[in-house]
Write a protein that binds this ligand. Structure first.
Ligand SMILES: [Zn+2]
Length: 235
């Protein structure tokens, strides 16, 4: 089995850039990240810019969590066993033996650093929001429960978010170097084809995102310097 704890030496760095466009509304979150392994949501949070504006943004850790969950589903669909990210025993055994699974060998665990970094995504221009008021449903009587209302702030569909992701020591483009490279490539292609729907309430189109103008740049270390080896588009 291949060793994935190869952080002592930078060999190849792949930078992915593009715009993430939300095709459905995105619920604005309240500042708490979903725990590792939970049904991942990409609820944007808000950050205050120097000029005082409060701007929604999608935390990179949240986008990374979405990619990790998607990678786990792809592997499970292929019949590959994927351990629970919360499994202390599985993570500890990988750390002890130095043999990491494809998921931890890509996205990291408490026993190994991540080969993938996703940056916070800020809106390109305005990110209009609206407030939706819902009515609580009484589960026992399957009807409207009078008096139970909730409100949610949401980012309108069609906002472009700047997407940037770095992949260290895994070859993904122009040809994948291993199984992790093939998995990452498949994730990016799913994102680019607008097939990725994440978070709660998928039935109403929430959390559907598409990567547009996706590009990769591959850097390699040559004589101690990081030089661009190749670049191209993701379609
Ligand atoms: Zn693992």
């Amino acid at each position: 089995m291949q060793r994935f704890d190869d952080f002592d030496k930078l060999e190849v760095l792949t930078r992915i850039t593009g715009s993430l466009v939300n095709k459905g509304p995105l619920r604005v979150g309240v500042g708490r990240e979903p725990p590792l392994g939970a049904a991942t949501d990409i609820a944007p949070l808000r950050i205050r810019f120097a000029d005082g504006r409060l701007v929604p943004y999608i935390p990179g850790s949240s986008l990374k969590g979405v990619l990790r969950s998607l990678a786990e589903s792809i592997l499970r669909a292929r019949g590959v066993y994927v351990h629970d990210p919360w499994s202390f025993e599985a993570v500890e055994e990988e750390r002890r033996s130095g043999r990491f699974c494809l998921i931890c060998g890509t996205f990291g665990s408490t026993g190994i650093a991540s080969h993938v970094r996703v940056y916070d995504a800020y809106p390109d221009g305005e990110a209009p929001t609206f407030t939706k008021t819902g009515v609580g449903i009484n589960r026992d009587f399957r009807g409207v429960q009078p008096g139970i209302l909730y409100t949610e702030e949401q980012v309108a569909p069609g906002v472009r978010w700047g997407f940037m992701m770095d992949i260290v020591n895994i070859r993904v483009f122009p040809e994948p170097g291993d199984e992790r490279g093939r998995l990452l490539r498949q994730l990016l292609q799913l994102l680019a084809s607008g097939m990725v729907q994440v978070g709660a309430r998928r039935t109403v189109g929430y959390g559907l995102v598409k990567l547009e103008q996706g590009r990769y740049e591959v850097y390699e270390v040559k004589e101690g310097l990081l030089v661009k080896a190749t670049e191209g588009g993701i379609a």
